[in-house]
Design a protein around this ligand. Structure first.
Ligand SMILES: Cc1cc2nc3c(=O)[nH]c(=O)nc-3n(C[C@H](O)[C@H](O)[C@H](O)COP(=O)(O)O)c2cc1C
Length: 434
């Protein structure tokens, strides 16, 4: 039997995309646009909607926050965790993923909020664990940004602590026995007495055991240290890769790393970030491809601002039309491998080519009519081995999501490559079903 494909929607709670010519009308600040998109994803049998988050407006590109403010770019974010509860209220099965920093959020608070949200969503919450590569959040909180790998060391202990807190209530501790006068059995609720190198907490959590026991853990780090961290803790990873050979190599490497941790690789899902170029006719597809080949200067600028923000490294210092010099990854405090996917197999792109490819939205080479897009998604999954894709579109791209869900998903379903009903009750059930 063919292995089914998982799908997710990856976006953020922010203005990004507000100025596109074909932007969906509506107010991105309120819940309605997100709720509407989430209902479309649920109609398309997606596993989850995942919201990125950042704790400050960055100045990475051109050393100024003005660029980002003027154009409504990276770092202008409202709180993803709060949005998750509104999106969950408008859906029944779709997982809702928030992004929370292990550097700038006290672990007790994070364990408590995600456990509460797991109750409110009836077991549908995911946490995208980030270590905050960009300096902006640290400047806002008034604390030093530790080095790249040290942040992952801290995150390891942070997760250890959160797992202890989530486990501090046995699943059957709550009895609510009115006749006997017992709310919960104290023998089944234990303090944790965590005293580590970075954190201390007595526990137990003051939130009772939640439907998933703990949130589904998602991760997006792809440096050496980031991959070790993901293999230890994550249920799913999201990764941007442009080429099929890179996807396959990454998939095999991560499954092996998970096995090396003594975990079952089947319980660890890899999602490739894509935005297929989709048209209903060949002519439509050609028109869309031509537009991506010739993006406006504003799209080049937006892409470079986004990459600079993710790397915490100013790309405005390089000439747009010369091959980008190889940058020593160890100098980069943010996402160290952000550019590596543009260089694979000896490619030497100019900065403009990198920006164009980024502006095209990590499309992973998937292009065509619904039939062709379904073929290519199937081909990637069969070649790589699994597990799924996250579709990266912002909330202003509702027409795109509708078209994808109405024309590609049914084809995948007809081929037995996607679910037609949600069998699980929690996000983790659905994610781990196949
Ligand atoms: C697809 C993707 C999404 C990410 N989303 C966020 C985010 O929402 N907030 C954030 O602070 N960092 C985000 N990051 C940064 C990563 O979580 C990670 O901290 C960063 O890439 C540095 O780790 P690395 O060098 O191991 O890749 C994202 C990275 C990727 C690749």
């Amino acid at each position: 039997m063919t292995k089914k494909i998982h799908l997710g929607w990856f976006t953020e709670y922010g203005p990004i995309g507000w100025d596109a010519q074909d932007a969906t009308e509506g107010d991105w600040r309120g819940p309605d646009m997100y709720q509407e998109m989430a209902r479309i994803c649920e109609r398309g049998m997606f596993d989850f909607a995942l919201f990125a988050d950042h704790l400050g407006i960055t100045s990475s590109f051109g050393d100024s926050i003005d660029n980002y403010i003027k154009h409504g770019l990276n770092g202008i974010n409202h709180d993803a965790t709060l949005l998750c509860s509104m999106v969950a209220a408008a859906t029944n099965h779709l997982g809702v993923g928030t992004t929370v920093s292990t550097m700038l959020t006290p672990p007790y608070l994070q364990a408590r909020q995600t456990a509460s949200l797991d109750h409110l969503t009836k077991g549908r919450v995911a946490w995208n664990v980030v270590t905050t590569g960009n300096i902006a959040g640290f400047l806002n909180f008034g604390v030093e940004q530790p080095e790249h790998d040290a942040r992952y060391d801290i995150a390891d202990e942070y997760l250890e602590l959160c797992f202890k807190l989530w486990g501090s209530w046995a699943p059957d501790a709550v009895q609510m026995d009115r006749a006997g006068g017992v709310f919960a059995d104290p023998d089944k609720v234990k303090p944790i007495h965590h005293e580590g190198r970075y954190f201390k907490s007595r526990g137990p959590l003051n939130v009772v055991s939640s439907p998933q026991g703990r949130p589904t853990i998602i991760q997006a780090g792809s440096s050496e240290r980031g991959k070790t961290f993901a293999a230890r803790w994550a249920d799913a990873v999201i990764v941007g890769a442009h080429y099929l050979d890179d996807m396959k190599a990454y998939y095999e490497e991560m499954k092996q790393r998970v096995a090396d941790q003594g975990r079952d690789p089947a319980q660890f899902k890899v999602f490739f970030i894509v935005k297929p170029v989709l048209g209903q006719t060949e002519a439509d597809v050609q028109r869309k491809l031509a537009a991506l080949e010739d993006p406006p200067e504003s799209a080049i600028f937006t892409a470079l601002a986004a990459l600079s923000s993710r790397m915490n490294y100013d790309l405005s210092q390089f000439n747009l039309d010369e091959p980008l010099p190889q940058i020593d990854e160890r100098q980069i405090k943010g996402g160290q491998t952000t550019l590596s996917r543009f260089y694979t197999a000896g490619r030497k792109p100019t900065l403009r080519e990198v920006a164009k490819q980024e502006a095209a939205g990590n499309k992973g080479g998937i292009t065509g009519t619904p039939e062709q897009v379904a073929d290519q998604m199937q081909h990637i999954m069969e070649t790589v081995g699994g597990d799924g894709f996250v579709i990266r579109v912002n909330v202003h791209e509702r027409a795109y999501m509708q078209e994808f869900v109405d024309t590609v998903v049914p084809l995948l379903q007809q081929r037995g490559l996607m679910r037609t009903v949600y069998n699980g009750t929690t996000l983790r059930d659905n994610l781990m079903e196949y």
